[in-house]
Write a protein that binds this ligand. Sequence first.
Ligand SMILES: *Cc1c(COP(=O)(O)O)cnc(C)c1O
Length: 242
Amino acid sequence: MNFSMTPLEKNLHAVQERIKNAAERAGRHPNSVTLVAITKTFSAETILAAYELGVRHFGENRVEEALEKIPAVSSRLQTQPVTWHMVGHLQHRKVKDAVALFDLVHSVDSVALAIRLDNRAAALDKVLPVFLEINVSGEASKFGFAPEPREKLFEGTHEIFSLRHLIVEGLMTIAPMVVTADDARPYFRALRELRDELHSRFPDHTLPHLSMGMTDDFEAAIAEGATMVRIGRAIFGERKTS
Ligand SMILES: *Cc1c(COP(=O)(O)O)cnc(C)c1O
């Protein structure tokens, strides 16, 4: 035990260890799971401290907050090998800022949003990697494409695949609040199975990523094939509610 470790360092190591163990239990290579540290509500200082500990993927869920924090962090990094992930619902009027700020958007939840992102990416002459958010549980409180009827989802997906300035790299979901992490497994499994169906339906498109799993359920998500886990509280502690 190293007594000089900060709480952040201890938490981060514990999470990394749990990711590694969950991957190994599932017969997967630990490197096949990317940790995205979700820093919403936490300061630029905290993000920099995590950067010092080796974290290179950060996620935010609100454009307003990211507009302040991302430039503050970036200005203090020598080089910029950080990937910024947008994981929250994106309002159409925030698309312009979002495309300028983020490297990857996990939360594409409608064809209309995809078209706006594509237009903006085109204006900046870039290709934006995105994930399609799927509301697997069907909860009214959640955003995302409905998984059923499948034909409608496939139509929307087909339209998004045709956009030249977006590259769809995977699917994302948020599981419902459950009592034990294992209760979340069916939702994660459903996302993986949907991805496999999309592969059969659109063989020219590969969707390597499954963004699923948060503080309370990431091990279950890894067991079902998560390639990106989005973890906040287990690393940074409880968020102050506003
Ligand atoms: C806040 C948030 C997370 C992280 O949640 P924790 O429970 O703190 O791990 C992951 N994904 C999204 C979309 C979030 O908004």
